[in-house]
Design a protein around this ligand. Structure first.
Ligand SMILES: Cc1ncc(COP(=O)(O)O)c(C=O)c1O
Length: 366
């Protein structure tokens, strides 16, 4: 491929928004002298409950820890199978494997990119213990159908909500459907704490076990009840998270408005569908192009539009799992997807630039 010049002022694919309020919050914690897990973490947990219909919240040091500790606290372990999508970030299946269980990969829906209930049904075996959908790109999985399946087969239902802060289905927020939900606060997510994660659950026993697992198995110092981790969040991170949580509603509305603009102005590409009843929070705005995806991304870059491909390789095909399994919709999505910039700091001019670039390249058949 010939060398292509990148615009120096490219529109980035993602942009964490860190402002004076976040800096002031961090300064306040540093000045207090108490920087490990403390009152800021407790306040962050309390405030996050509003986002998940009042469920209990336990903050940890990453979204991966939230999944891992949630699974362990739910009793998932050796001999158990957990049905997950392959078309997601590797942390989804990694957390299952780290819990000692086996991830069983099922295909996604042709439109929403989320776990397909029919594929889940076909993947159920006598060892299946749970179903763990991902609300991919900020679009809720089909929780009604998955709940019905889980109930019919006596399975637990967990939620990987790492990308879906404030997404909802039939008016109910994600993270409040399953036995537990797991959120991530990695910098490119819709809100960040630097690094961090949150377990959400309406089961007080599960919440307590996650609290134990995050802190060496201790509730009271040196009275360790079980073998646990150090997966604590610091007060520095929680202070950033609290400021960001307060800004999330406005940022989400801006992401949705940006998405509405692109929906209305893109031509000759497949724009992301929204299931009736779903509230999409557009962690990613992901289009499909049916040929030459990588050339399309390269052409966007030459026009100053940073785009991402999430995910070019399905999890089950990664060297870490290396399973020879045919998942046709997963394979098609991995070939076709392009995520366009959608973050709240896009200007009106940026949005026009993105639409014009996509439409020009799509028309030229790149
Ligand atoms: C779907 C999904 N699950 C889990 C994670 C893990 O979160 P973290 O990076 O905070 O560990 C991420 C994000 O990175 C993700 O996108």
């Amino acid at each position: 491929m010939p060398h292509m010049a990148l615009h120096t002022d490219s529109i980035p694919a993602a942009k964490p928004l860190i402002g004076d309020d976040e800096r002031a919050a961090v300064d306040r914690v540093l000045a207090s002298g108490l920087i490990a897990q403390g009152p800021e973490v407790a306040a962050f947990e309390d405030e996050f409950r509003d986002l998940v219909a009042g469920a209990e919240c336990v903050a940890v040091n990453s979204g991966t820890s939230a999944l891992h500790l949630g699974l362990l606290a739910a009793g998932i372990g050796e001999g158990d199978e957990v049905i997950v999508p392959s078309f997601t970030f590797a942390a989804t299946a990694n957390s299952v494997a780290l819990a000692g269980a086996t991830p069983v990969f099922a295909d996604i829906e042709a439109d929403t990119f989320c776990l397909a209930p029919d594929a889940v049904r076909a993947a159920i075996s006598p060892r299946t213990a749970a179903i763990m959908p991902v609300h991919l790109y900020g679009h809720p999985a089909d929780m009604n159908a998955l709940r019905a399946l889980a109930d019919d087969h006596g399975l637990a239902l967990f939620e990987d909500a790492a990308q879906a802060h404030a997404a909802a289905y039939d008016g109910r927020p994600v993270g409040s459907f399953g036995t537990f939900g797991a959120f991530s606060f990695y910098p490119t997510k819709n809100m960040t704490s630097g690094e961090g994660g949150m377990v959400t659950t309406s089961d007080p026993g599960l919440a307590r076990r996650v609290r134990l697992l995050r802190n060496q198995g201790m509730e009271r110092r040196y009275e360790n009840e079980l073998v646990g981790f150090n997966a604590r969040m610091t007060d520095i991170h929680a202070a950033i998270g609290r400021v960001q949580l307060a800004k999330l509603p406005a940022w989400t509305a801006t992401r949705q408005a940006n998405a509405a603009f692109l929906d209305a102005n893109l031509a000759n590409v497949v724009v992301p569908p929204v299931r009736p009843g779903a509230t999409h929070v557009y962690h990613q705005y992901t289009i499909r192009v049916d040929r030459d995806r990588d050339a399309f991304v390269a052409a966007l870059a030459t026009r100053g539009v940073g785009a991402g491909v999430y995910y070019p390789t399905p999890t089950h095909r990664l060297p870490s799992f290396a399973l020879d399994l045919e998942l046709p919709e997963t394979a098609r999505a991995a070939r076709e997807v392009i995520s366009l910039p959608i973050h709240p700091s896009l200007s009106e001019q940026d949005l026009h630039t993105i639409a014009e670039a996509v439409n020009t390249i799509a028309k030229a058949g790149a």
